[in-house]
Design a protein around this ligand. Structure first.
Ligand SMILES: [Zn+2]
Length: 575
């Protein structure tokens, strides 16, 4: 392939629009890879589309290798399928709903569990036809409230989604593992630094387990913790807390009684005023879950992770109890003096962090302004409470698997795999006959990869101040030939000759044959980030060109006849 910039539909921008916050968004717009149509909607331009096609090819090869079979379903789905599972309501406002001319309801697919389950229930009859895994690479639509960061969070995006169908839980686990391993291979081939983390199941659902594949990048919206000593990694909202050491005790906390501490409302300040370790001053946090008041109780030195609390309660979210309800519940208490005593008698569910139970005694709010209560015995006071891992896990905390200190990072979710069990097959009646002729529900898994998001994630991980640095595997071309002076006959002839030779050897070549100043061409080449640049300039007459590697700008002068051999070697090194 040879792409000539003189005739290509290609334009770089000196400046990105001011609202482009993410590096990948700015660089992909400036390099002429994508153009915005409207908020969260993009057109992939010729060079950008080549990147997408390369990512798709790698995904497709590894899906096929894992035994999955490719199909293509429509993006427009009858809403009636979503009625069958109840997701028409549960999915929320991100689901784009529309009607056809006959007034029939449809949705634009944000994901395809219902459609694939419907497809398979119409075909599969017997255990002999199982297992089966189907996939597609297709546009998805999610009506994001705030599309941003370019391809990282668009409304329409390209996704590979796969669905596995098995006889039982064991089969489902095997299909899940095959897909998990395919994902590991895909991200390795793409050159993306990713970590697989245990994840919440979210709107896709199921209870069997889930992993997210996170591309490490500061712009990532997810926080993860991971261990370098073993392979433990988890989303912060899923990271398992391990028992914290017990700090030195103090008789002040042990002696039963009320103490007056007006105007000191923060646990750290209260601990200091009383001369005890902060761990001993409990936090009592009032929340509402599904309309019910609940209290989360933690050591003073720990932070509540609301997502863990919500997940343990099986609700989408918990919200702080309104001031009005707090006043009604505890008329004499004010912020800073709320405590756990007497709450369960008023119908408040108590949820206590395990580290609290390890304290021999503690200090808590007295539910009366200005007073704290000392000498609380947690194992007595919380005998009937639910004990739950609720605390936030931080970098430096011990790894729950091996004890080494955890590291923390932000990640871009580039893939997720789910064990769905019978969440979709049961309500939709997707069944098969087993060996004994018994009707059983199919066990499913679903597996997504964000193809267009991966392109942006690669840029987030691989760029410098001058532009993008594409890894060879997804670069829009392998070699960028720059003819410095198009007025110079020797340079023009040699540039063309080089491009032809490399292309004939199977390399993809961009040739900058525009009537532009050399400075403009070099700037554009840096911005576009093709792995190898060949500059044909003053020494063309001597048969010498300059080869430069984008990654580290290592530059050498070469004889034209050496070029193909050298490129082959550099290509092999995956530069
Ligand atoms: Zn570890």
């Amino acid at each position: 392939m040879i792409l000539r910039l003189s005739t290509a539909f290609f334009q770089t921008l000196r400046e990105a629009p001011a609202d482009a916050e993410a590096t990948s968004h700015r660089l992909m717009l400036r390099a002429g890879l994508i153009r915005q149509v409207a908020g969260g909607l993009y057109t992939y331009l010729p060079l950008g589309w080549r990147i997408i096609q390369k990512i798709e090819a790698i995904v497709r090869e590894e899906m096929d290798r894992s035994g999955a079979q490719e199909i293509l379903a429509p993006i427009l789905q009858p809403a009636q399928l979503w009625e069958e599972t109840g997701r028409i309501r549960a999915y929320g406002p991100e689901l784009m709903r529309l009607e056809d001319r006959h007034g029939r309801a449809f949705v634009l697919g944000p994901t395809h569990e219902e459609l694939f389950t419907d497809l398979v229930r119409g075909v599969i009859r017997s255990y002999r036809q199982l297992p089966i895994t189907l996939y597609q690479i297709q546009d998805k639509f999610r009506d994001e409230r705030r599309p941003r960061f370019g391809l990282l969070r668009g409304r329409e995006f390209i996704m590979k989604d796969a669905y596995s169908f098995d006889c039982d839980e064991e089969g489902m686990a095997a299909s899940y593992e095959a897909m998990y391993q395919a994902y590991v291979r895909i991200f390795a081939r793409l050159g993306l630094d990713t970590r697989a983390v245990e994840a919440q199941q979210g709107a896709i659902g199921g209870t069997g387990g889930s992993h997210e594949f996170m591309a490490i990048a500061p712009i990532g919206e997810d926080e993860i913790v991971y261990c370098d000593a073993c392979d433990y990694a988890a989303n912060v909202e899923k990271a398992q807390g391990v028992p914290s050491p017990l700090p030195a005790a103090s008789s002040r906390a042990e002696t039963v009684g009320q103490v007056s501490l007006p105007g000191v409302i923060e646990t750290g300040a209260q601990a200091e005023a009383l001369g005890v370790d902060r761990a001993y001053v409990l936090k009592t946090l009032l929340y509402e879950a599904d309309g019910q008041p609940i209290a989360a109780i933690l050591r003073g030195d720990h932070t509540l992770n609301e997502a863990k609390l919500a997940a343990a309660l099986g609700v989408a979210e918990v919200t702080p109890l309104s001031e009005e309800r707090v006043r009604k519940l505890l008329p004499k208490a004010t912020h800073g003096y709320i405590g756990p005593l007497g709450l369960s008698e008023q119908g408040v569910g108590l949820f206590v962090e395990p580290d609290v139970m390890a304290l021999p005694y503690a200090i808590c709010g007295s539910n009366e302004e200005g007073f704290l209560r000392c000498g609380l015995r947690p194992h007595q006071a919380f005998a009937d409470a639910r004990i739950l891992d609720l605390k936030e896990v931080y970098a430096g905390d011990p790894c729950p698997s091996c004890g080494a200190p955890l590291a923390a990072a932000h990640g871009i979710e580039v893939g997720q795999v789910f064990k769905l069990g019978t969440k979709y097959s049961a309500p939709m009646g997707a069944v098969y006959l087993d060996e004994a002729g018994q009707q059983r529900p199919l066990y499913m898994g679903c597996y997504g990869i964000g193809v267009s998001r991966i392109a942006a994630a690669v840029v987030e991980q691989s760029h410098d101040e001058d532009g993008i640095v594409w890894p060879m595997a997804v670069a829009p071309a392998h070699v960028h030939v720059v003819i410095v002076d198009m007025q110079n006959e020797e340079q023009r002839v040699m540039g063309e000759h080089l491009a032809e030779t490399l292309s004939a050897s199977g390399y993809e070549v961009i040739i900058d044959d525009r009537q532009e100043h050399a400075g403009v061409k070099f700037k554009d080449a840096d911005l576009l980030g093709i792995p190898l640049r060949m500059t044909v300039g003053r020494k063309a007459g001597e048969g010498i060109v300059e080869l430069s590697r984008r990654r580290d700008r290592k530059t050498v002068e070469l004889k034209v006849e050496e070029i193909v051999g050298i490129v082959a070697r550099l290509f092999g090194e995956n530069s």
